[in-house]
Design a protein around this ligand. Sequence first.
Ligand SMILES: Cc1cc2nc3c(=O)[nH]c(=O)nc-3n(C[C@H](O)[C@H](O)[C@H](O)COP(=O)(O)O)c2cc1C
Length: 214
Amino acid sequence: MNDKFQKATIDGQKITAYQLGKSSIEWRNGAGTTSDGKDTNSSNQPTRKITDAAESIIIYFSRSGSTELLASKIEKETNADVLEITVKDSYPSNYPKTLDRANYERDNQDYPELNMELPNLEQYKTVYLGYPIWAMTLSHPMHSFLNAYGSQLSNKRIAPFMSEGGYGQGDSVQVVKEILRQQGAVNNTFTSALVVDGNKVDRADKQVNDWINR
Ligand SMILES: Cc1cc2nc3c(=O)[nH]c(=O)nc-3n(C[C@H](O)[C@H](O)[C@H](O)COP(=O)(O)O)c2cc1C
């Protein structure tokens, strides 16, 4: 693996973010971005850092590493716990195949089955929710996560963060709110969203810190 993609670690594991360092022309707003085909860096385990003391947790999904790199920056600043969302059937490394699958899932409201266990979330006051934007909305693994566990996010402050292909956050935050409501979560407050282009996450430290301190 080219070292230029290995920009950080999370919970001691290397992060490979495939979009970094690409010029706008090469990047094509994220279209064509490959991944390791496992949704998590292939030599790594899904990230799961759970402590007794933390009052915040970062819960995220990332296919090609950019959202994971963003999660690692938030973790370094806040020392929050971390939980990676994983699905039973990973998305393909090939971009067009991932797009086909994502389009099918969205058209059929057929969101992926999760492959993870949820820790007890009672201790956390803030939940940083991280996801890539797909089709100008919430990517599907986060959809599945909130459908399954949204009711356990009652009384928490939700801080949404995302990486995207240059077209912005779409309606993703409204969708998060809507699923939480459907699942019976109550008393949530929301911070503003952190939105970063997927090929620029390695240069987003100031943006991340300003967002956290706000
Ligand atoms: C299936 C799919 C659909 C996407 N749709 C959009 C989109 O509508 N708007 C956008 O700005 N980026 C879109 N992207 C680009 C991703 O949001 C961007 O590459 C993101 O940084 C990927 O994050 P990750 O590396 O954490 O997986 C899409 C990517 C995929 C795989």
